[in-house]
Write a protein that binds this ligand. Structure first.
Ligand SMILES: NC(=O)C1=CN([C@@H]2O[C@H](COP(=O)(O)OP(=O)(O)OC[C@H]3O[C@@H](n4cnc5c(N)ncnc54)[C@H](O)[C@@H]3O)[C@@H](O)[C@H]2O)C=CC1
Ligand SMILES: Nc1nc(=O)c2c([nH]1)NC[C@@H]1CN(c3ccc(C(=O)N[C@@H](CCC(=O)O)C(=O)O)cc3)CN21
Length: 290
């Protein structure tokens, strides 16, 4: 199935994002959680590459494992950080050989300890260049790119950021997956602006259920996603772990219900290798869209 075609039915297509675990025990836990997540009928999984400065070496191990366990398509993320074009092309060859059907094509975060992205000699500067590379040399791979409902932190304004997103789409992306957000109105405004700018590929909202207050603060800073005062207040008013977990999951569930009502083509969940919060959030939900 092509990447875009997951979004052509009247069912809201869901996908789950994983990251490469650092230990064998982490991989075992991941497999167990992936099996549980499969019960919710995802269309595909994705696995990050160097997210938050993490290891890159094992992304394709996760791709292979998850394919084997679920039989579903799996996307590998790929960033331009620290790689020349030749190294990126080598990775794409290996990713194809090891069964990745789709690539989430990103520029990537600046490496740990630096606050600015710098392309390496012989490397790429922006994600649209990576999309071009994939389209020209790996025609069979589906491509997802990132979009920013609250505007990317390095972009001078929303219009410029949207022009840059359009470059990635025009270079051949199949879908846009949004940066995580906690206020659906930000997403609807972004989706409308994309459509007005002539972007006609699926625009998929990305949701991360926060499960404790500290994590919420960390993620808000890393992803530049504002936590609404109501959610921050509700979470911070009680130190109890279960209480905070429930508040975070309930917020994500309410976002999900509202997105389905507003005809989201699909939803991408940043599940961080866990299944507890996702299961609680999705349990019993009707994913058919109006
Ligand atoms: N690992 C993951 O799943 C995700 C990671 N991210 C991170 O978000 C960051 C940005 O990545 P991408 O969105 O892929 O990068 P990008 O290259 O599309 O955009 C990066 C910045 O450069 C600007 N820009 C883009 N193309 C440009 C061009 N041709 N000329 C001038 N300016 C341009 C954009 O407006 C933006 O401010 C990275 O830090 C990425 O790792 C974002 C979402 C998901
Ligand atoms: N700028 C940016 N970089 C990214 O890598 C990124 C985004 N945005 N947005 C979408 C997803 C979300 N990502 C995330 C989000 C949270 C953690 C995180 O909290 N990691 C924990 C460990 C995970 C756990 O075991 O719970 C950490 O402490 O780093 C990691 C990646 C990766 N992606």
């Amino acid at each position: 199935m092509t990447l875009a075609s997951h979004y052509s039915s009247s069912r809201c297509a869901i996908s789950f994002e994983l990251f490469p675990p650092k230990t064998p025990a982490g991989m075992q836990a991941l497999v167990k959680n992936v099996k549980r997540l499969t019960e919710f009928g995802p269309s595909y999984f994705t696995c990050t590459y160097g997210a938050g400065g993490s290891t890159r070496g094992t992304t394709l191990d996760v791709v292979e494992q998850v394919k084997r366990v679920t039989g579903l398509p799996v996307a590998s993320h790929l960033t331009c950080v620290g790689s020349t074009v030749d190294q990126l092309a080598d990775y794409l060859v290996e990713a194809s050989q090891r069964g990745a059907e789709y690539i989430v094509a990103l520029r990537g975060d600046p490496p740990k300890g630096s606050d600015r992205f710098e392309a390496v000699e012989g490397g790429l500067r922006y994600a649209n260049e990576l999309v071009e590379l994939i389209r020209q040399r790996f025609a069979g791979l589906g491509i997802a790119v990132a979009g920013y409902p609250e505007v990317h932190q390095e972009a001078p304004d929303a219009k410029t950021d949207l022009d840059n997103l359009k470059r990635k789409v025009d270079a051949g992306a199949d879908i846009v997956v949004s940066q995580l957000f906690y206020n659906n109105d930000d997403f609807y405004r972004f989706r409308d602006a994309c459509v007005a700018a002539g972007i006609s590929i699926p625009i998929v909202p990305g949701i991360l259920p926060v499960t404790n207050y500290k994590q919420a603060e960390r993620i808000a800073a890393m992803c530049k996603a504002a936590i609404p005062a109501s959610l921050a207040n509700a979470m911070s008013e009680n130190d109890d772990e279960d209480y905070q977990f429930n508040v975070g999951v309930e917020h994500a569930r309410a976002q999900t219900v509202d997105l389905i009502e507003n005809n989201a083509a699909g939803i991408h969940y940043y599940v961080l290798n866990k299944s507890e919060a996702a299961a609680k959030m999705l349990d019993g939900l009707e994913l058919a869209t109006g």
